[in-house]
Design a protein around this ligand. Structure first.
Ligand SMILES: [Zn+2]
Length: 539
């Protein structure tokens, strides 16, 4: 029964037209040109490298794409068991007409030549989108992307902010920001205004999200304008050699400012939490980063409390953090679960993490999947992988275990795959129902006081929800008042208007913290940031 049931549910889910809410597609060059673009995906290069291929073989400058493919194909034998290899084969079968189950030195050239021919068609990208049942994909745009030359209804802009938060110490990043915003940035007020201009630029061009990937030690805190000035003086003069405390304060100031503008512009703020860059320094391009199980979502508690009107779709890098994510999305109205990111994007972890979310998180707060792809050809196999697992979980856990009618289980699957993307990001059909409600960030007096660091772990009574009085001044912690329901994250708190949104007043110090807090300090900031001169919006 289960196999046929799964198949039927899968077929229903697979017939849906979807919006992919996170990719790294270049809207001006969205699809592959040759099979080398497909096999150049970091999963293949890192798996081939990890099973013995010297990286020089494929990172040689000006390497001919066909030669690169030949070298990679010769090294894929040991990875044929992996799910990533199955993406490659499914893509080749569905998009390139390949009919085997392995691509080896014996048959690869025909696949290469067919790919080159098909990919040369002017409408190849549209063909791939259609075959993949994708109507639109979110992009990952640098803050200074002009966002021109493409249809923002198909390629939906998303403001990626890693550079702004973590790399303002680099002169090149500051120069880009100054060029983009046409102003000199030498103080905290100017920096805030520049960030505001970036948001205006993006929202005027239909951006539907702001996004960032975050290292495991990051713990967002509000920072006063005064403290931000000190940090800016230090970081702008000493660059990446500035003291970690200053770099951290600046990162926190920018990050908090981004959250304020997300509130003002009603943009969800995608948080991709837990990546250590450059762990394996000799790894292949984009194959150097790993997760860190010491990360905890408790580091985000102040943020989630301070911005009830901002939706935070949260991705965690590894399944070990999924249970925390489930619990946070269970409790916080403004936290949503978002896809299965990178190291948790394999069937075993997807099934486990998805099942846990489906049985404990409100169904409206789960964004099922995003492809994270760099080239459009991967949307089809990655989404199919997810839909097969979703069909399995719905069949086994809902239809069989809980006696749900099949149709009801399918409806739940559709919600995860499509409806929630539309509603949370206000895109597709969700755009039409959008009713503009001016967002009002909380006034400074209502923000959680950063003077109150997290108490040590012993002070938490694990049987009881945290009492606001334990951690915070009751006066400061409006959002933690346990007698009051949390406001709807998509509507403004009553009694606030744009006029009294003190956090946007650049003349006023906004917040209370004089020093950034770091209760946990799992890793030194400088260890994380210095590793990476290269930073290229990975994943
Ligand atoms: Zn990504």
């Amino acid at each position: 029964m289960s196999d046929a049931l799964r198949q039927r549910i899968f077929q229903e889910l697979d017939s849906l037209v979807l919006i992919d809410p996170h990719t790294h597609i270049n809207a001006l060059n969205p699809a592959s040109r040759t099979l080398a673009d497909v096999l150049g995906y970091h999963y293949y290069t890192e798996l081939a490298h990890s099973s013995g291929m010297p990286k020089d073989l494929i990172e040689e400058p000006d390497l001919d794409p066909k030669e690169k493919c030949a070298r990679l194909i010769a090294r894929l034998g040991p990875i044929q068991n992996t799910i990533q290899y199955s993406w490659f084969i499914e893509m080749a079968r569905e998009l390139l007409g390949f009919d085997g189950d392995r691509i080896t030195l014996d048959n690869w050239e025909a696949v290469y030549d067919t790919a080159a021919e098909k990919m040369a068609h002017v409408d190849w990208a549209e063909q791939v989108l259609r075959a993949s049942n994708l109507e639109a994909v979110f992009l990952t745009n640098e803050f200074d992307d002009p966002l021109e030359g493409f249809d923002t209804g198909v390629y939906i802009p998303c403001l990626r902010t890693d550079d702004l938060v973590f790399h303002l110490g680099k002169l090149s990043v500051r120069e880009r920001l100054e060029r983009m915003t046409d102003r000199s940035i030498d103080n905290a007020g100017a920096l805030r205004e520049a960030i505001g201009r970036i948001f205006e630029h993006f929202t005027a061009r239909d951006a539907r999200a702001c996004a960032i990937s975050l290292p495991p030690d990051f713990s967002p805190q509000p920072v006063s304008l005064g403290r931000a000035e000190t940090a800016i003086d230090s970081v702008f003069s000493q660059g990446m050699d500035a003291a970690p405390s200053h770099r951290q304060a600046l990162a926190n100031f920018v990050f908090w400012t981004l959250a304020e503008f997300c509130a003002e512009h009603r943009l969800p703020f995608d948080l991709m939490i837990g990546v250590n860059r450059g762990v394996y320094a000799d790894g292949v391009y984009q194959g150097q980063d790993l997760y860190d199980s010491r990360v905890s979502l408790i580091q985000y508690r102040q943020l989630f409390n301070a911005f009830p009107q901002v939706t935070f779709p949260v991705s965690v890098l590894a399944s070990v953090t999924n249970q925390e994510l489930v619990s946070y999305a269970w409790i916080f109205p403004n936290v949503a679960t978002n896809g299965h990111w990178w190291y948790s994007n394999t069937p075993t972890f997807i099934e486990h993490d998805l099942a846990a979310r489906l049985e404990a998180v409100p169904e409206t707060k789960q964004i099922g999947y995003y492809s994270d792809m760099y080239k459009l050809e991967f949307g089809l196999p990655k989404f199919r992988m997810y839909k097969r697992i979703l069909a399995k979980v719905l069949a086994e856990r809902f239809v069989i275990d809980r006696g749900w009618p099949e149709e009801r289980a399918i409806e739940l699957g559709k919600r995860l795959l499509r409806t929630n993307v539309e509603e949370i990001f206000e895109c597709g059909a969700g755009r039409a129902v959008k009713a503009f409600v001016p967002a009002a960030p909380l006034g400074a007096d209502e923000l959680v006081s950063a003077d109150e660091p997290l108490e040590s772990a012993e002070s938490f009574d694990t049987d009881e929800p945290l009492d606001s009085g334990v951690l915070l001044d009751a006066d400061d912690a409006v959002v933690l008042d346990t007698d009051e329901p949390m406001p709807d994250p998509r509507s403004a708190p009553a009694g606030h208007s744009m006029d009294d949104a003190l956090v946007l007043d650049t003349d006023e110090p906004m917040l209370l913290a004089e020093e950034p807090l770091d209760a946990a300090e799992p890793l030194a900031m400088d260890e994380l940031l210095d590793e990476n001169e290269r930073f290229d919006l990975e994943k």
